[in-house]
Design a protein around this ligand. Structure first.
Ligand code: KG4
Ligand code: ZN
Length: 341
């Protein structure tokens, strides 16, 4: 079975072809960073317009790279939520029209299930069950993954997601968009211990996160300095360290409480080098295996959607023509493939 995967929930158009026999055949990602950079964040209307322009040429490009024709496709998977309404609609309409004209099945995929599945695209994928730390621009969650589709949320952010905290903090420090890679870059030359930053909610029980106070603390700290480049480097380093420490303390707690021996880390923030290094150290200490997606699949991409879609389509799931998108969609509402049939 050859599945076309389409991701368009936010500011990246991702298209991929996944073959059940041969694995990933080709993938393309078009990032809208340049389009939104002047605005310091994603402008939903511009995002939708750009997705519409990119979907067809990127689909042609992955077909060409795989030496395939549209008629070789056996199914289509697209992100149907959560995300920006217009952006989701662009991908969903394209996917459903193409599936309708080719008379092949299509399936809407939960964006975070896509992220969760991304490490399973690698050579040594984790077995189920595992603990997942999902860290993206919209989500920060610790999830007990019993099997694909059976997700138990153990903890999540009660306010900003980790990626969102990076983005907002970068903006406050006068750095570029998206904030995560910018902060990480500035932090490289910074002295992380010059200022004191809190590790929010780590001194009380539970697995929830809160990053909004840390963001305000960072602004107050930066305002108290002369705002020299060195101040920016040091504040960025201290902030990054605090976010990473907080994520790691809670993840370790979740591993100890559940007794799970496998950890999957996914979503845009999982590209953060400091976090990857510290998670390797922590998991070694507690005797657990850690799995990351390759760097290009940490952020949004079509491969993860094609892969999750393949599993659901193979189990017999498909959309009806009365499809819809869900800008808000709790991960815990999903079911294991085909258990809904
Ligand atoms: O998964 P993703 O591409 O999109 C969403 O589903 O939200 O995640 C994007 C988020 C952004 O907030 C971005 O700043 C953050 O991931 N990010 C990073 C890094 N690279 C991307 N955060 C920290 N360090 C990074 N290296
Ligand atoms: Zn994402």
């Amino acid at each position: 079975m050859i599945v076309l995967g389409i991701e368009s929930s936010c500011d990246e158009t991702g298209i991929a072809l996944f073959d059940s026999q041969k694995g990933l055949l080709a993938h393309q990602i078009h990032s809208q960073i340049d389009l939104h950079a002047d605005y310091g964040g994603v402008v939903p209307e511009l995002a939708s317009r750009d997705h519409i322009q990119r979907l067809t040429p990127l689909t042609q490009a992955v077909l060409k790279a795989s030496h395939l024709e549209l008629s070789d496709l056996s199914g289509i998977a697209y992100t149907s939520g959560p995300g920006l309404m217009g952006a989701l609609m662009a991908g969903a309409s394209f996917a459903m029209s193409l599936a309708f004209s080719l008379k092949i099945p299509a399936i809407g995929i939960h964006h975070m299930e896509g992220h969760l599945m991304a490490p399973l695209l690698e050579a040594h994928p984790p077995d189920f069950p595992f603990l997942a730390l999902l860290v993206s621009g919209g989500h920060t969650q610790l999830v007990y993954v019993h099997e694909m589709g059976r997700y138990e949320i153990l903890g999540e952010s009660i306010d900003d997601a980790a990626g969102e905290a990076f983005d907002k903090t970068a903006k406050m420090l006068g750095l570029g968009y998206p904030g995560g890679p910018e902060i990480a870059r500035w932090a490289q030359e910074g002295e992380a211990n010059r200022f004191r930053f809190p590790r929010p909610m780590t001194d009380r029980p539970g697995l929830d996160f809160s990053f909004s106070g840390l963001k305000t603390h960072t602004l107050t700290t930066f305002e108290s300095t002369a705002k020299t480049p060195k101040d920016r480097h040091d504040v960025a380093a201290g902030f990054q360290q605090a976010v990473v420490d907080t994520l790691i303390i809670k993840t370790r707690r979740a591993l100890e409480e559940t007794g799970l021996k496998r950890l999957v880390v996914a979503g845009g923030v999982s590209a953060n080098q400091l976090m990857r290094e510290k998670l390797h150290l922590m998991t070694q200490k507690v005797g657990c295996d850690v799995f990351f997606p390759r760097l290009e699949f940490c952020g949004d991409n079509g491969a993860m959607i094609a892969f999750a879609g393949l599993r659901r389509l193979e189990a017999g799931e498909r959309n009806t023509l009365e499809f819809t998108v869900r800008p808000r969609w709790p991960l815990s509402e999903l079911k294991a493939p085909a258990s809904t049939l």
